[in-house]
Ligand binder design. Sequence first.
Ligand SMILES: [Zn+2]
Length: 574
Amino acid sequence: MHRPNERFRHVAALAALLGAAALLCGCGPKGADDVTRNQAQDCGWTAGELPVVPDLDARLAAYVRTELDPDTSHLDPAEQATLAKLVEAAKVMHDLFAEQATPCRAELAARIGDLPAGLQAGVRRYFAINLGPWDRRFDRQPFFGSWPHPEGANFYPLDLTAQEKAAIADPARGLDGLFTMVRRDADGALQAVPYSVHFRTGLEHAADLLREAAALTGNASLAAFLRSRADAFLSDDYYASDMLWMDLDSDVEITIGPYETYEDGLFGYKAAFEAFVTVTDPLESARLAKFKDELPWLESRLPIGDEHKNPGRGSDSPIRVVDEVYSAGDTRAGVQTIAFNLPNDERVREAKGSKKVLLRNVMNAKFNRILRPIAEQLVIDDQLGDLTAESFFLHTLWHEMSHGLGPGRITKDGRATEVRLELKDLYSTLEEAKADAMGEWTIFELHAAGRDYFPPEIVRQQAATYLAGLFRSVRFGIGEAHGQANAIQFNYLLEKQAIAWHPDVQRFSVDTAVFVPAIGDLVAQICLLQALGDYDGTSAFITKYGGLPPVLEAALRRLDGIPVDIEPVFDRWD
Ligand SMILES: [Zn+2]
């Protein structure tokens, strides 16, 4: 996700901050008068030379413009009207996030007009993709101008001293709140300004739109959530509305507010505004309910000793499959999210779990615009016909379900512990590799047991689509858990000869007869490492399989002309 990969973004460590935000601010709520007494932001630094990177066209080509316009004709007129209001509210989040992300944004955007005419359109589009002059794919280096990216984005003043940074990190100072901007008062001292104050105009507008949408919808759970969220925008207390978000059962839904803290690269304290407006596919939801009922059976079938199984695990987190109608803010910047897991508030997670939402049309778009072109370069012709968007979706879905299967709480040396605590820094990589391999294994198990969820060709389709998916994910880099997890799978399956390289045609193939048992073996090995909480064993396993072999490295170089991600286009609304 970046977010180098686009799968789940979650920050468990937010729990403490959420409590601290309300309790430790110590400064009390501020009125609009206090804000006007803030020092004005000095944007003089936006002057200066305007170099533009020479490969701007290639960088633009990495994002392929793709219309996302799901069918909403099944909605009645009231829900159609609700949807339009929610999109308007989402657009407000986009503006608020833009302000959080980029200091002096208006001044920077205006500088595009100083460029030679031939460069302006390209820079303007790339500025919109990145919400600023810094490239989110390349370590936030500027693609025009030479201003270094401020690590703390616009959440903090740009001229923080080391002493002030230490003060921000000191919880007693109350500057570390999840929902506050740090600004200087008239005397130059740091103060925490609540979002409800700093962004008052925008948040009042968004609150009005949510209340109007609440009056339009015929769905009671949605109306309750929208009214509560509108209140939260003005109080900075999101708890009650996060709880209501977990209970939504509407065809039209919205996820809206300040959520993730990745944009705050300085401390990771500050939540960034974003919104997903979605519609539910009723048929898909019915199928999903059946899949969830299979989880206990699948846990009982895992290729590990019964003593390591956890009957009852993973049944409480809801999963939704939806189509994205509109996205805005944090999630719209750079690489596009295909699935998310919210809320982050641990108090809500303890009471109700968290909800995983899969964005099916975004996945389909990535399949068509990226995965298939990758396969056409790297998978043998015979197997290209087996590639399906459905298999890509099924693998992602079962990847997420598989996070709820296998060892979680374990016993090591007689003491109760958790896999996560024992595997520490290696946990994410192994867990992602597990979810990927097990995601395939679950489908094969269900198919072999005669369940009728899938077409007869499912094994061939899964195998070919999975192979192409490995290349797509490794491309995000092996410096991050998802990318390295994919390298592990590739190397393991190459060693078992489930994947073969054909030098004559310079393509890979997958042998399904070998692939199915090899995937089972991989699941067994990973689950055993997890069940034993075996840090050294995991380290050896990742060292053995987690690298990028020359054959793969050479293959990836041939993908240079293929987009890395989509740039979503919402022509119906924008
Ligand atoms: Zn995962």
